[in-house]
Design a protein around this ligand. Structure first.
Ligand SMILES: [Zn+2]
Length: 296
């Protein structure tokens, strides 16, 4: 499956006024695994977070972004993903090397531990809304549902899943979200919600389901896709941003780097790109900061 098959699909169940979003982000999850050198459990959890944030971003408008963060006392320690309405996604886990045996019952608990929280930061056109819930389900889908229950006014149900295809453990990395529109049928939504994870798991277990479109039509047969947003792993970092971040440390700090190591390297948390900052770069920054001092 090519990485370009990552996509977030949306449709509307008109009879009940329920909005349905399905995200398949296997390519982005594999790219994150490659960039960060992730062990299987770290990779699967980060992939699920991409998928969850992907369907949540599709509920927003404009060119806003959504951040999903988990802090926990398990081996993973935490994760952070940043997803745009445009389908761009980037993120990292605190411990890339989690490869614990996952039990049948508390599947992700071995990685997530016994306490922690999940928070969502939504950027709604320059205004930021942050809300956190304690982890109680210790699997991302369950705790995202609790987030919606506690923090959002709009009735929403979500399910996340990762399934292998061939020898690729991140064969399909997917999320499905159902949300009540104004006058949406909440009773139907709640009934759907109780079976949503089971339906997603069953669909992902079927090898005939090979991508977002197949998954969408399996979960909501006959529903027409009205919105299609291609998704991909994409970072917003750059050499220029890295240099201005260094400049913000101030002259004393930069002089210290010049005096001790004469050059430095800055690695982006989100995409693991390493920016080499040379001695001339550092001198350039000093010159620029000195000029600014004179101006002020
Ligand atoms: Zn980056």
């Amino acid at each position: 499956m090519a990485e370009s098959s990552d996509v977030v699909l949306k449709g509307l169940l008109e009879a009940t006024n329920l909005s349905v979003c399905v995200a398949v982000v296997s390519g982005a999850a594999r790219e994150a695994r490659r960039r960060h050198g992730l062990a299987p459990v770290s990779a699967a959890l980060l992939g699920q977070a991409f998928a969850g944030a992907g369907v949540m971003a599709s509920l927003q408008k404009g060119d806003s972004r959504i951040n999903l963060q988990v802090e926990c006392d398990g081996a993973l320690r935490g994760l952070f993903v940043d997803v745009g309405v445009d389908g761009s996604m980037r993120g990292y886990v605190k411990n890339p090397l989690v490869d614990v045996e996952l039990g049948q019952a508390f599947r992700w608990r071995a990685a997530l531990g016994n306490s922690g929280f999940l928070s969502v930061l939504r950027d709604l056109g320059g205004e930021y809304y942050r809300s956190s819930v304690e982890l109680t389900a210790f699997e991302l889908g369950g705790d995202l549902n609790r987030y919606f229950e506690i923090s959002e006014q709009v009735k929403t149900q979500v399910a996340l899943g990762v399934a292998p295809r061939g020898d690729e453990p991140l064969g399909l990395v997917a999320a499905v979200l159902v949300q009540a529109m104004p006058q949406g049928n909440v009773a139907v939504l709640e009934r759907l919600g109780s079976t949503l994870q089971g339906s997603l798991d069953a669909a992902l277990a079927d090898p005939a389901v090979d991508g977002a479109d197949a998954l969408f039509s399996r979960l909501v047969p006959g529903l027409v896709v009205t919105q299609r947003t291609p998704a991909r792993f994409q970072c917003t970092c750059s050499r220029e941003k890295t240099l201005s971040m260094l400049a913000s440390l101030g002259k004393a700090e930069i002089q210290d780097i010049i005096d001790t190591t004469a050059s430095t390297a800055v690695t982006c948390h989100f995409c693991a790109t390493k920016y080499e900052i040379s001695f001339p770069d550092l001198l350039g920054l000093m010159e620029q900061l000195t000029k600014n001092d004179v101006k002020n």
